[in-house]
Design a protein around this ligand. Structure first.
Ligand code: NAP
Length: 309
């Protein structure tokens, strides 16, 4: 029987693990399929306090992990929880056939990339359609080629800027005529000589003719409805995220978008089950706010376990 299982290993999960481990609870961290979470797919994190020169996202996650391990956190790498039963204590978690019983749970599963919802997008994933410039941008297939980035937030701007290192040209396609991104990120792309802004435009389809890989996109201007073809070798989708909470459906209260609802601090609708990070927060979604909420979840869980051994 575990005292506490932390599901997820992003900023929230590792911070919760540091606090729970320092409380001598010997937490078990189930890392999920992507240890370190989404931050490992970003490049330099420039806004995490304490790193005036920025820090690589993966390096930041590894430091948090080492800190949690130093205080006695146990780690199960690559394991994804496939089923849960929070109806009674001990809480039950399954990773395929493996059953884990625990007194308390912290859900810190984060979020995954939102898709455009086009059939061609799914067909051409890993054949030119990707959700991570840092992971895939340097692939030979994208070098010295025109590339398309979709989205208007910080992620899209970051991806577009990063891709200028490899692409012959980057088109940033956004459905409105104003970026959602922070001003510093927006300015970086709008004034970049390798980036062309394509405003008021959505991707109607992704083309693969005559080859079985991305050869272009069909763009539709949402104001004029004019459709045009734009040749490109890659489509980088950066249109936000959806919380990775499907496995908890019916077990804890969530909103219509799948974000976990916390009432008092990190407490979910089930006493003894806590949540933190991007699976709770659709407003700030920053590394530092995820870490802060992971800290709150660790402290709340420790106090709850003391009162409910
Ligand atoms: P986001 O801020 O939610 O932006 C998503 C963008 O995609 C929006 O511009 C949205 O358009 C567009 N979009 C959404 N659904 C779409 C669809 N179906 N088709 C076309 N466009 C669609 O997401 P994000 O950029 O991933 O950023 C998430 C959070 O992480 C933010 O808080 C951001 O500040 C943070 N972040 C920070 C950094 C950094 O500081 N280094 C880097 C990356 C992300 P509308 O604008 O029209 O809604």
């Amino acid at each position: 029987m575990k005292n506490i299982v932390i599901i997820g290993s992003g900023c929230a999960g590792w911070t919760a693990a540091i606090y729970a481990a320092r409380a001598n609870l010997k937490p078990l961290v189930m890392t999920g399929g992507q240890p370190g979470g989404l931050l490992t797919t970003t490049s330099t994190v420039e806004n995490y306090p304490g790193f005036p020169d920025g820090i690589d996202g993966t390096a930041l996650m590894m430091r948090m992990q080492q800190q949690a391990e130093r205080f006695g956190a146990q780690i199960e790498y690559g394991t994804t929880i496939t089923k849960v039963d929070f109806q009674s204590r001990p809480f039950k978690l399954w990773a395929d056939e493996e059953l884990i019983e625990t007194r308390a749970v912290i859900i810190a599963v984060g979020a995954s990339h939102r898709h455009l919802g086009l059939a061609s997008e799914e067909q051409l994933e890993r054949k030119g359609v990707t959700y991570c410039a840092t992971c895939d941008g340097a692939l030979p297939v994208f070098r010295n080629q025109p590339l398309v980035v979709v989205g208007g937030g910080d992620s899209a701007c970051e991806e577009a800027h990063y891709l200028t290192h490899f692409a012959s040209k980057v088109y940033l396609v956004h459905r409105r005529n104003e970026l959602r991104a922070s001003k510093i990120m927006a300015d970086r792309v709008i004034h970049h000589d390798k980036i062309e802004m394509v405003w008021d435009t959505v991707i109607q389809d992704i083309l693969d003719v005559p080859q079985d890989k991305v050869t272009g996109v069909l763009l539709r201007n949402v104001k004029t409805n004019a459709v045009r073809e734009l040749p490109c070798a890659g489509v980088f989708v950066a249109i936000g995220h959806v919380p990775s909470t499907k496995v908890f459906a019916g077990q804890i209260e969530m909103d219509d978008d799948g974000y976990v609802i916390c009432r008092q601090g990190a407490q979910t609708s089930v006493s003894g089950v806590f949540a933190a990070g991007d699976c709770v927060d659709h407003v700030y979604r920053q590394a530092i706010t995820a870490a802060g909420s992971g800290c709150a979840a660790g402290i709340d869980a420790e106090r709850w376990l003391a009162a409910n051994p």
